[in-house]
Structure formats: structure tokens, C-alpha cells
Write a protein that binds this ligand. Sequence first.
Ligand code: MN
Length: 304
Amino acid sequence: MTTPKPAVPLTIAVHHATIGKDTQIRRALPHRQKRMIGAWCFLDHIGPAYFEKAHGLDIGPHPHIGLQTFTWMIKGELMHSDSLGYRQLIRPGQVNLMTAGRGISHTEVTPEEFSGETHATQLWIAQPESERHNPPRFEHYANLPHFEQDGLAFTLLVGEFLGHTSPVQVATPLIGIDITTNNQPFGKSTITLHPEYEYGILLLEGNAIIQGVQADPDQLLYFAPGSNTLEVELQVNARILLIGGVPFEAPIIIWWNLVARTSEEIKQALSDWNTHHTRFGSIPSYPGKRMEAPPLPVTLVASK
Ligand code: MN
């Protein structure tokens, strides 16, 4: 029997950003204080927000390298189109996983006729050295393991938990779980952690107390490796996202939509995007303009 080592949270301020034309979102990762949690290197919390018809998200063609984009849809709809020719509508309870490898481009657009609430998270997963130069691919997961315990409903997005395994294909030890009260008035559970993982929790809706700390949508709770239990307590209609993983193998550079290990790789990818290199393909179905990269900073430094 191992002695319980409860997790001790560190709070990290979430910043506000704009994506697409004018959609306000919360960006929890990367942060100066904490760049990555395992291989999770980017976390945008989108909504909940009401979109009028023809006024939803509109993210034009842009490139990615060295990462997987992981979209978890809670409410609403979003159409993914990419340079491999995939067009995939994502609906609540579903995941889109795009693996960029050496290069891909895509668009993400709310369908023209859609109006209503949209609530989603988009995360990026840094690819390990063994995978990051591979060809791109895309997968849609219509169904994920869903189970209940202690008044809480769990959707297993990535990894293994309580005897369930997510079908989502990732290349490093990771976990991602959506936890709600599922219309129950209250739910409380002690979650078993992997001591070798670091973890993060973001409040997505409602009220929750995590390890005795009141959760806040503007704060990411971070837990360093070495703990084996975590107390989560959710009130009616609350929802949290729990992510975790083994600390990543190497420092990375994240610049714009690109993840790499050296500034030369970033500069090459930028030049290839600007010169319409075949590495990033095209998305002929998108009616608007490609996204333009912001100016490169003088120095790009790798960090974890
Ligand atoms: Mn993207």
C-alpha cells in the first residue's frame, strides 16, 4: 500500500486572445510560467458563446508542423477541411485529431446555417522526435468512452482511466478527461494519478473545488509530478478538463502555428508557407484568403 500523496496546485493565469475574425477565447497554454503539460503544448477554451447565423468561427487556411491538433466539441458544430482533402463536421461529444508531422494546412469554420451555443476546447500535442517528420494524417472520433462514478460523468478523451482506453492515437504517455456532473446536483471523487505525470485542470463551466481550491475559468491549476491522488468536487452543471502526461522529452519552440526544435526549422516552414510550397498543400473549397504569418521575432528560444 502506497501512502497517498495529494497533489498541490499551482495557479497559472489564463490569458484572453482572439481567433478567427473576432472570436474571444481563453488561452491556458502555453504560458511563460508553464509552456507544456506532458506533450500538451497549447490549450484554447472557446465559449460557451452564442453565435448568430453566419457569425461563427472562421479560421482561414494556415499551416501546422510538429504537432497534433486535438479538438473536443462540447456544444455546437465546426467544419474541418484540410490539405489532404478531408472535410469533417465535428459535433458535441466528438474529437477531431489532425497530425501535422512534416506539414499540413487546414481551416475551421462554423457552418453558415448554424446558430446557437458553441463550446469547445482545442489543444495541441507536441510530436516526439520519432514521429514529427512523418507524413500528415487526420482522424475523426465520433464516440469516446463515457462512464459515471461518484456522481460524475467522465468522457475519456485520451489515454487510460478506470479500466477504459480512449481510441485517440497519440505517441507519448498522455491523459485527457472531460468531467461533468451530468445534471446531478453534486459529484465528488478521488482521482488516482500517475506519479510520473504532471497534470493541469481547467474549469470549463460552473463551480468546482479541486484539491480544496475554488476553480476559476481564468486560472489553470497545475500539479507537478509526484502525487497520486486528486480530489475533485463539482456542483450542478459544472465541467472541468483534466490533462496530464509524462514531462516532454525535449524543449520545443512554439511560434505561430508551428512546433519545432530549432529556429532554422521554424524559418524554413515559414518560408515554405509564404512561397506556397507543396508541403502545406491547399484548401480549394475555402472561399477566403490564406492566413499570413506574423513577423518572426529576432530570437526564438526552445523551452518546455
Ligand atoms: Mn489550426
